[in-house]
Design a protein around this ligand. Structure first.
Ligand code: AMP
Length: 283
């Protein structure tokens, strides 16, 4: 595996491969890699000839007062893990490389970026995500890019951007990888104190209880949300939001008639945690 820091060098490496008809896969990350990130690399490996994983803590998706400065950074450990998962190129640009002086373009994805995390973190958040993902896809000339279902709204925003802007890339969304107690893996889990870590598993338990209620015949969206809230409270968690929405449009759903996205966010100690289930009443 090669570590590359310059866009020009990445382009040279990728163009050489593409000229030989090879397929390029990209896994964009902010580093502090865990098994969730590695599952994306492992998924890309058999589907692509060249697998690029990027590590970039994107300042443009952090709001004032968020954890940009504290965000965990561990390039040496990340490199070892990325290599053992099968990546060919570790791309680690600086902020200056991604946003050179005079940089002034931003991609605003509109309605799917507005609710859920967009409402809490502000419109700059998903504009920052969309802009950096668009840049990384262009830098790597990716044929396929891999994202995690854990960041459900991010996946919807990226798919919408790619569709709206006719970007020549296929987007693959991969399942959420969890700790044994169900907590979704996240670089931010490292912030949790032991007591907070125990409470954090309540996110998964609340989603599981809601899923079971739907499996048991519950079809009323408000009652599913209410039950999820009660479960979170029972675990000492105060959600920022609990929303039942259409998985494609993120519009609120009143009745559970087809697959729905139940998404939650909660601040637990210093960590802002998100999780979601897609619940299908027909299964
Ligand atoms: P991040 O480094 O948190 O920006 O995440 C980089 C990519 O990894 C995103 O596409 C995330 O959705 C994905 N990801 C993060 N955590 C998980 C997880 N637990 N399971 C699967 N994918 C994940």
């Amino acid at each position: 595996m090669r570590t590359i820091r310059r866009v020009s060098e990445l382009r040279a490496a990728v163009c050489d491969q593409r000229a030989r008809g090879r397929r390029v896969g990209l896994v964009p990350t902010m580093g502090a890699l865990h098994a969730g990130h590695l599952s994306l690399v492992q998924r890309a490996r058999p589907e692509c000839d060249l697998v690029v994983i990027s590590l970039f803590v994107n300042p443009r998706q952090f709001g004032l007062g968020e954890d940009l400065a504290a965000y965990p950074r561990s390039e040496a450990a990340d490199a070892a893990q990325a290599e053992s998962a099968g990546a060919d190129i570790l791309f680690v640009p600086t902020a200056q490389e991604v946003y050179p002086d005079g940089f002034s373009t931003s991609i605003s994805v509109g309605d799917v970026a507005a609710p859920l995390c967009g409402a809490v973190r502000g419109p700059e958040h998903f504009a920052g995500v969309a802009t950096v993902v668009c840049k990384l896809l262009n830098m790597a000339s990716a044929d396929i890019a891999y994202f995690g279902q854990k960041d459900a709204q991010q996946s919807v925003v990226i798919r919408r951007m790619v569709r709206d802007l006719d970007m020549p890339v296929r987007i693959e969304i991969c399942p959420t990888v969890r700790e044994p107690d169900g907590l979704a893996m996240s670089s931010r889990n490292a912030y949790l104190e032991p007591e907070q870590r125990r409470r954090a598993s309540g996110l998964n338990q609340a989603l599981t209880a809601a899923e079971q209620a739907v499996a048991g015949g519950e079809r009323n969206g408000s009652r599913v949300v209410e039950l999820t809230r009660r479960q979170l409270a029972a675990h000492g968690l105060e959600p920022e939001y609990v929303e039942l929405v259409c998985p494609e449009t993120l519009h609120p759903v009143a009745d559970v008639e087809g697959p729905v996205l139940l998404a939650v966010a909660a601040q637990v100690g210093r960590a802002r945690l998100i999780d979601n289930f897609v619940i299908d009443p027909r299964k």
